[in-house]
Design a protein around this ligand. Structure first.
Ligand code: GLN
Length: 210
């Protein structure tokens, strides 16, 4: 399966590396591809919008004509995962006219709500269907409202940090900056069949992470 990563700015190579690891170490049938144009978008089965600077990624997605097409493909069932800047772009409202959310996740979100770069942090989360996972938060947004149709998969200090609505997954942290491929594995299950995490990955996870 071809999995796209929006390729203009941010943690693009880190997401691609995660997908390569799932292919090479866990024998997942996955080929990552950088997405910069409509032509690239049309051939993929799932899409990742990386962390980075949401205003820049948003501007370029619009400029290259991807914005409406991502919404259209997602509504037709293409799985999409957004991490940090990515979840901002997927949300219903950002409270910031520099980034108009796609309304693929019925949440409102506040950019940079923990403060500046210096207020970035790591801490362990307990994620539904996945378990213990290290959350890496870098100038992270805060989800301030969760509407109908959205499941909360993890919280941190009482606030949702990972949510899901059908095949749309949003995280305010960066799984691509950890050693664990579990969240990417979980995301690929949205294409292949519900709830599947490759057993090799789970064994690795239990051995090395917990
Ligand atoms: N604060 C950034 C923004 O609003 C997101 C930070 C990130 O993706 N690490 O774009």
């Amino acid at each position: 399966m071809l999995v796209g990563v929006i390729g203009y700015q941010g943690d693009v190579s880190e997401h691609i590396e995660m997908l390569h690891r799932l292919r090479d170490e866990y024998k997942r049938e996955v080929s990552p591809v950088k997405i910069k144009s409509l032509k690239d978008l049309n051939k993929i089965s799932a899409l990742i919008i990386p962390g980075g600077e949401s205003t820049t990624i948003y501007k370029l997605i619009k400029e290259y004509g991807l914005y409406r097409n991502i919404i259209k493909r997602a509504r037709l069932g293409m799985p999409v995962m957004g991490t940090c800047a990515g979840i901002i772009i997927l949300s219903r409202s950002t409270g910031d006219s520099m980034v108009m959310g796609m309304n693929l996740l019925n949440i409102s979100i506040e950019r940079n709500a923990y403060g500046r770069q210096i207020n970035s942090f790591r801490d362990y989360l307990n994620i539904k269907n996945i378990g213990r996972f290290e959350g890496v938060f870098i100038r992270a947004p805060v989800i301030d409202h969760v509407g109908d149709g959205v499941d909360i998969l993890a919280t941190y200090e009482g606030s949702p940090v990972m949510v899901r609505s059908g095949k749309i997954l949003g995280l305010t942290f960066h799984p691509e900056l950890t050693n664990s491929t579990l969240i990417h594995d979980y995301f690929l299950s949205f294409v292949e069949g519900e709830g599947y995490i490759s057993s090799r990955n789970r064994e690795w996870y239990v051995r090395d992470v917990i």
